[in-house]
Design a protein around this ligand. Structure first.
Ligand SMILES: Nc1ncnc2c1ncn2[C@@H]1O[C@H](COP(=O)(O)OP(=O)(O)O)[C@@H](O)[C@H]1O
Ligand SMILES: [Mg+2]
Length: 361
């Protein structure tokens, strides 16, 4: 996967412009708050149909502007394709593929692949379970179309269940049982997909982490979800869901929302058997985050048949020399767009300068 060009209009602070990228390493230098991250955000927007930073599209439209657009021209399997995203403060977001075909927003996933990595991603290790679920979900949606549908169904069913818990009708338990039967099945499907994904993630991440830590550390990733039975079947997940929900019913009724389910799922990262979140140093946590992101790249490569574009936002300055060199090894043969305040890697690359929302070569 390679980006030929990106054109933006009214996207955050970026001036209207078209940027042509080189096939391998592209470096965007600039002082703080010039628009470097905004540009990578625009590119990632074309990957998943929304911003990695906010779920409110409106926040990405330039201050005082009514609408914005992103146009991405890229190569996949040697063929040129384009994606056009239009959004406005009052109209619905639309996506156009190859200049003429309008597609559903959910179908943007799986067209163009990229991996976005910024220092913020340390939240994958340090942050709340929500960050880790989001990580799994975003990648898994690119692997399995059905997964996105199941997630949306889960959200709807859960909202219905929570509404009932809040409203407390007299026949609450009867009414809940209707939703619970559907939720149990739907949750089992999501849990199975997450389990499959984590197994894949673990395979790659373990190997990469071993390399990044010079063979000193073994990374393991354990799914912590509604069922901890080994080799659990779909029925095991359904049973575990039913048991868990029964246990939390009293609490749910008191609090007025669901306290058990796949919306509370998490995964635990361990190095050499120790909990990375509690016992890992900053450096170890950074290495693991990097390993997870590089594993994401490998997983997407298996899916797309070619490597996604790597977007590295200000991450080099945070890595020590050894890890920097290792990281460079991972992207030396793929297209990478890297932002920094100062660049001193001494690598062959196309250099851009970002100032006040405008890029110059
Ligand atoms: N919706 C928006 N419209 C216009 N400017 C915005 C918008 N959102 C953020 N900005 C501006 O973008 C700038 C930050 O850009 P950013 O890409 O994060 O900088 P950096 O070069 O440090 O990565 C800030 O000046 C901020 O005010
Ligand atoms: Mg930035």
């Amino acid at each position: 996967m390679k980006i030929n060009s990106v054109s933006v209009r009214n996207f955050r602070n970026l001036s209207e412009q078209k940027i042509k990228f080189a096939p391998l390493l592209n470096v965007i230098c600039g002082k703080n708050a010039q628009g470097k991250t905004n540009l990578l955000e625009a590119i990632y927007f074309a990957t998943i149909g929304k911003s990695p930073r906010t779920h409110k599209d409106i926040e990405t439209i330039g201050f005082g502007k009514k609408n914005a657009s992103i146009n991405l021209v890229y190569q996949r399997g040697g063929v040129e394709h384009s994606l056009d995203i239009q959004m406005g403060t009052s109209e619905k977001k639309t996506v156009l593929v190859d200049g003429n075909k309008t597609i559903k927003l959910s179908d943007i996933v799986g067209q163009f692949g990229s991996v976005y990595f910024s220092p913020d991603e340390l939240k994958l290790v340090q942050g709340s379970p929500g960050f880790r679920r989001r990580f799994i979900d975003i990648i898994n949606c690119q692997l399995e179309k059905q997964y996105l549908k199941d997630l949306r169904t889960n959200q709807k069913l859960l909202n219905q269940r929570n509404n009932l818990l809040r409203q407390k009708p007299v026949n609450l338990k009867n009414q809940l049982s209707v939703w619970d039967e559907l939720l149990a099945k739907n949750s089992a499907k999501i849990a199975m997909a997450r389990l499959r994904f984590i197994e894949k993630l673990q395979q790659y991440a373990k190997q990469i982490h071993f390399d990044l830590s010079n063979g000193n550390e073994e990374l393991t990733i354990n799914y912590k979800g509604i069922c901890d039975k080994e080799n659990a079947s779909e029925q095991d997940f359904i049973d575990a869901w039913n048991t868990g929900v029964q246990k939390s019913l009293e609490k749910d009724m008191v609090l007025g929302y669901s306290n058990f389910g796949v919306h509370c799922d998490d995964f635990v990262l361990k190095f050499n058997g120790l909990d990375l979140r509690k016992n890992g140093s900053q450096g170890q946590q950074r290495t693991a985050t990097l390993a997870l992101k590089l594993a994401e790249m490998e997983i997407l490569k298996d899916e797309y048949g070619e490597y996604p574009v790597l977007l590295l936002d200000d991450v080099l300055s945070e890595l020590d020399l050894l890890r920097r060199e290792k990281l460079v090894n991972y992207f030396k043969n793929i297209q990478c767009i890297l932002t920094c305040t100062e660049f001193d890697l001494g690598l062959n690359c196309k250099i851009f300068h970002m100032e006040n929302g405008l890029i110059t070569e």
